[in-house]
Ligand binder design. Sequence first.
Ligand code: SF4
Length: 68
Amino acid sequence: MRISVKPNTCQGHARCYALAPEIFQLDDAGYILPDDIEVPAGQEALAQRGVRSCPERALFVADQPEVG
Ligand code: SF4
């Protein structure tokens, strides 16, 4: 499972990081790092929750169509 990031959309709420800091890594200013995220096996459900937690919709699962 891979997560893509829209770094220009991220507003630095850090909700993704609060849920799963080992998956969603932020820069020193609190914004998500722009690279795609390869989710480790077994952490897909947590990663999905992180994606849904983002109020800016800056995160989306790369192999699924974007909703909304
Ligand atoms: S929850 Fe969304 S807006 Fe907040 S840091 Fe994560 S990606 Fe950025």
